[in-house]
Design a protein around this ligand. Structure first.
Ligand code: ADP
Ligand code: MG
Length: 359
């Protein structure tokens, strides 16, 4: 038996590289929705409407009233590493947008059929374009692959159909469209709480009653009452603005709302952590807050927690889009600061309650 010699090393083709990247960035329909709604927010939209079929596997459509896209930019729209948000590496230091990598639409175009209709307020008409594997493609065989004029409102409509049509293994892994729809609703709900100036809707295609529906210029608390429960919104305690690590030059600030000792938020989805406006997770913060609440809540009960943190250094933006778990410098101090801010909110509530009991 002669062991085989080494096999020759070859460069992967661009298409294979992009296909692998797409599969890493877009794990499931909810990842695509998060990228698309962040693009709509980056475009300054005040209305974002989402329509979903079969948990997003058949259809994801997002309609916004943002800036629109210039017709001349449409050929580059779905190309990987093409972005309007970043030019040089230093720009990362003061990035005010969600996006900057130019990977989301590219990835979506590598795993679904994408149609874009867009109109800027300077355009006389809208433009419609179709994409596949990063490129503009003809609307039907035999016609040029150009954007075509169309009637449209100001803003952008992006439609992604047949997600993972070319990845049969992944497609088969999704057993329940309603699970996928719930994940989409969870993301949209959290962004709606955090961006209450935007009017949000999210619904299944073919139904008239949206699961998420908020008016424009709402407040976080009104959206919590609307999208979670009115009683939760009534009982929320405000976490006072806390300066974390004031001794450090780049100290971070944290504030938010948490449920009190009477609420038992046993359902999923009661955890909203936004850092520099990004929805993220931190198992350290989560564990520390859960531990704090064990002193207040019956065993097995969980709190509802919405924390927003502002970090002037914006050092966290360079995380990979698929990584939602964040880490901090001086993490333990940071977590201690957050826990004591939440504790202040809880303790304040206890004091007022013990007074009511005495009267
Ligand atoms: P990124 O957000 O990192 O720039 P994307 O692939 O998500 O990359 O989007 C590429 C570009 O397409 C954006 O930089 C933006 O210029 C444009 N774009 C995408 N979605 C929208 C939208 N809804 N409204 C206006 N422009 C958009
Ligand atoms: Mg983006």
């Amino acid at each position: 038996f002669e062991p085989a010699g080494p096999r020759p090393i070859k460069k992967l083709t661009k298409d294979v590289i992009n296909q692998i990247a797409a599969a890493e960035i877009i794990h499931r329909p909810a990842n695509a929705i998060k990228e698309l709604l962040e693009n709509s927010l980056d475009a300054g939209s005040t209305s974002i409407k989402i329509t979903v079929k079969d948990g997003g596997l058949k259809l994801l459509q997002i309609t916004d009233n943002g800036s629109g896209i210039n017709k001349t930019d449409l050929p580059l729209l779905c190309e990987r590493y093409a972005t309007s948000k970043l030019q040089k590496f230093e720009d990362l230091q003061q990035l005010g947008t969600y996006g900057f990598r130019g990977e989301a639409l590219a990835s979506i175009s590598y795993c679904s059929h994408v149609e874009v209709v867009t109109k800027t307020k300077h355009d006389g008409c809208g433009w419609k374009a179709h994409y596949q594997d990063g490129h503009l493609i003809p609307a039907k065989p035999g016609v040029p692959a150009d954007p075509r004029p169309t009637a449209a409102n100001d803003g952008t409509v992006i439609t992604a159909e047949d997600l993972f049509y070319n990845m049969p293994l992944r497609k088969r892994a999704f057993k329940s469209p309603s699970d996928e729809y719930n994940r989409i609703l969870d993301i949209v709900t959290k962004y709606a709480v955090h961006n209450p100036h935007v009017a949000w809707t999210c619904k299944k295609a073919g139904t008239s009653l949206p699961e998420v529906s908020t008016p424009a210029d709402s407040t976080a608390k009104a959206n919590i009452a609307n999208l979670y429960t009115p009683s939760l919104a009534n009982e929320l305690l405000e976490v006072p603005l806390a300066v974390l690590q004031p001794e450090h030059k780049l100290s971070a600030k944290c504030k938010g709302w948490v449920s009190n000792a009477n609420s038992n938020w046993a359902r999923k989805g009661g955890w909203l952590l936004f850092i520099n406006n990004r929805l993220v997770d931190s198992s350290k913060i989560r564990k520390a807050i859960d531990a704090l609440y064990t002193a207040y809540l019956p065993k097995g009960a969980s709190p509802w927690v919405y924390l927003r943190q502002i970090d002037p250094a914006k050092i966290d933006v360079n995380v990979h889009p698929t990584k939602s778990e964040v880490h901090f410098l001086n993490e333990d101090e940071m977590v201690d600061g957050i826990v004591s801010a939440v504790q202040t909110a809880l303790a304040g509530a206890n004091v007022s309650r013990s007074f009511t009991v005495q009267t």
